[in-house]
Design a protein around this ligand. Structure first.
Ligand SMILES: Nc1cc(-c2cccs2)n[nH]1
Length: 244
């Protein structure tokens, strides 16, 4: 997979040189290229923004630099443009899984009050464009949202996670634990500050462990994410009663 990121703060993406993603890049599994939007400005001040038509607070990012940047970065190849914005569709695990199947992604990091709307409209003539929100809160720019999405997507690529098993067990994953958050996890020592590890986890009875974990996940989901419980098929809840 190739990922291009266009931003006026390219240094914001230094974390992508670290850890699993950094290793995946070094091994050639993942090709991430970060571009400074100001490379496509031509005035002395490298201007990327201006006042909004119709008045109002803040500044809007000018269309010209974005148009030239996308033309050069995409260069006619099949790519999907992702634009983080608070007004976008919610980004979910299913989107991470879907986007992990793409050959090329381009992330456009807006700042200020957003990017001139004609940029997305023009890009949509040549490629799929998705406006995406990572949550109902307002950031100063799309860089943090892009880091979040790049991590959520690239960790699903074969070979990026050392142990692909953990990707299946994650919260919100598929594989029978859909719509459930992860339950409690434990490791050595078996007793710590008068708290012992639940005995079922030491029992060696894998069926009992799986049932216990599912029950704990259901309980935690009901406690922390009642909104997901509503989305759960009725029989999944009944199953818990049967298994207790
Ligand atoms: N979910 C989300 C995205 C954003 C921004 C993207 C670009 C500027 S602000 N805030 N919150």
């Amino acid at each position: 997979m190739r990922i291009d990121i266009i931003s006026i703060f390219p240094d914001y993406f230094a974390p992508l040189d670290l850890s699993l993603i950094g290793r995946a890049r070094a091994s050639g599994l993942l090709d991430v290229r970060v571009h400074d939007l100001r490379s496509w400005t031509h005035d002395r001040h490298n201007t990327v923004d201006d006042t909004p038509y119709g008045g109002g607070p803040g500044m809007v990012m000018k269309p010209e630099p974005w148009g030239e940047a996308l033309d050069e970065v995409v260069a006619g190849a099949p790519a999907r443009l992702i634009l983080p914005t608070p007004s976008g569709r919610p980004f979910r695990q299913a989107d991470a899984e879907r986007l992990a199947g793409e050959e090329r992604l381009v992330f456009g990091c807006g700042r200020y009050e957003g990017i001139d709307s004609r940029v997305a409209a023009d890009a949509a003539l040549r490629m799929p464009v998705e406006e995406v929100s990572i949550g109902d809160y307002v950031l100063n720019g799309g860089e943090s949202a892009t880091l979040v999405m790049v991590e959520a997507i690239t960790r699903l690529l074969p070979g990026v996670l050392g142990n692909t098993e953990s990707a299946v067990q994650d919260s919100f994953a598929s594989g029978g634990m859909e719509n459930l958050v992860e339950g409690p996890v434990y490791t050595k020592p078996v007793m710590w500050r008068d708290q012992e590890v639940p005995p079922v986890l030491l029992s060696g009875n894998h069926g009992a462990v799986d049932r216990w974990r599912r029950d704990q996940a259901l309980r935690k989901t009901a406690r922390n994410r009642p909104d997901l419980v509503g989305a759960m098929p009725e029989e999944a809840l009944d199953r818990r009663d049967r298994e207790v």
